[in-house]
Design a protein around this ligand. Structure first.
Ligand code: ZN
Length: 253
C-alpha cells in the first residue's frame, strides 16, 4: 500500500546534532520545513553550509569571545549536522525518476479507491510513469514529499464519468535535493608533481636542476576547477566552492 498522504510535511526526516566544545551533543528531530528554515537562517548569517551525499547538511561556524585576559579573543568551533533519518542512495535510475518529477510541476501520485485498479500507486509526471513499487520506495525512503490532494483528471474517470481516484502532488524532498546537489558538486584535488626537472628555474628549492612542484588543483563534477599553491590549498578551495554552491541552493529553495 502506498503511504497515507495525511500530514506529509510532519514527517521527521532529519536528525539534528548540535556540537559545542565541552558540552554533550544535543540531538533532535526536524521535519522538512524546520530543516529548510534552519539552513536558510545559517546561510543568511553567513555560516558555512555544505550538503552531504546522504541528503543532509553540515553547518559550521566559529564563536568569538573576549577574555579571559584583557584584549584576548577566544574562539570556539560550533556545528550543526543535519542527517537524514534514511540516508539517500541516488542510483542513476533513482536520479532519472527524481529528475522526471522535478521537471514536471504536475507530477502526482495516483491513488484509486481500490488498490486493484490499474495504475493505483503509480506516479505520473507528464508522459513519464513510475511503477507503484518504485513510487512507494521513493516516498517511504524520504526522497519524494507528498503534497496536496487534487481532483482526479479526465483519464482517471471511467466511461460514465465517475472519478476512479485522486491525485496527490509529489515533489522532491529536501533530502533528495541536498543529495543530488552534493553529487553534482563532488570535488577532487590533484596530486602535486613533486620533484621535477626544472633546468631554467631559479627557485630556491633547486637542486641540480630539479625543483619541488607542490602546486595542485581542485576539480568539481560541475566542471569548476582552479589551480592551487599546494594540496591543502586545493582542498580549502574545493570546500569553499562546495559551500558557496550549497549556499546558492539554499537561497533558491
Ligand atoms: Zn561544483
Amino acid at each position: 500500500m502506498p503511504p497515507s498522504p495525511a500530514n506529509p510535511l510532519r514527517r521527521l526526516l532529519f536528525v539534528e546534532t548540535i556540537t559545542a566544545p565541552g558540552q554533550p551533543n544535543a540531538r533532535g528531530r526536524l521535519d522538512e520545513t524546520q530543516a529548510r528554515s534552519l539552513l536558510r537562517r545559517a546561510a543568511t548569517r553567513g555560516y558555512a553550509v555544505e550538503a552531504t551525499r546522504s541528503g543532509g547538511a553540515l553547518i559550521t561556524w566559529t564563536v568569538k569571545r573576549l577574555g579571559p585576559a584583557d584584549g584576548q579573543v577566544t574562539t570556539s568551533p560550533r556545528s550543526v549536522a543535519l542527517d537524514p533519518v534514511t540516508p539517500a542512495r541516488i542510483t542513476p535510475a533513482v536520479r532519472r525518476d527524481l529528475e522526471a518529477v522535478d521537471d514536471s510541476p504536475g507530477a502526482a501520485l495516483f491513488l484509486a479507491p481500490d488498490a486493484r485498479t490499474p495504475g493505483h500507486g503509480r506516479i505520473r509526471s507528464g508522459l513519464y510513469s513510475i511503477p507503484p513499487a518504485t513510487s512507494e520506495r521513493l516516498i517511504t525512503g524520504g526522497l519524494l514529499t507528498l503534497g496536496e490532494i487534487t481532483p482526479a483528471r479526465d483519464w482517471a474517470r471511467d466511461s460514465f464519468g465517475a472519478i476512479l481516484g485522486t491525485y496527490t502532488s509529489v515533489r522532491l524532498s529536501l533530502v533528495a535535493r541536498l543529495a543530488m546537489h552534493a553529487a553534482d558538486h563532488h570535488t577532487s584535488t590533484g596530486e602535486p608533481r613533486g620533484w621535477v626537472s626544472m633546468p631554467h628555474s631559479a627557485g630556491r628549492q633547486d637542486r641540480g636542476g630539479r625543483g619541488y612542484d607542490r602546486s595542485s588543483w581542485a576539480n568539481c563534477a560541475c566542471h569548476w576547477s582552479t589551480f592551487a599553491e599546494d594540496r591543502p590549498d586545493a582542498a580549502r578551495r574545493a570546500r569553499e566552492h562546495r559551500q558557496s554552491r550549497t549556499a546558492a541552493l539554499i537561497t533558491s529553495l
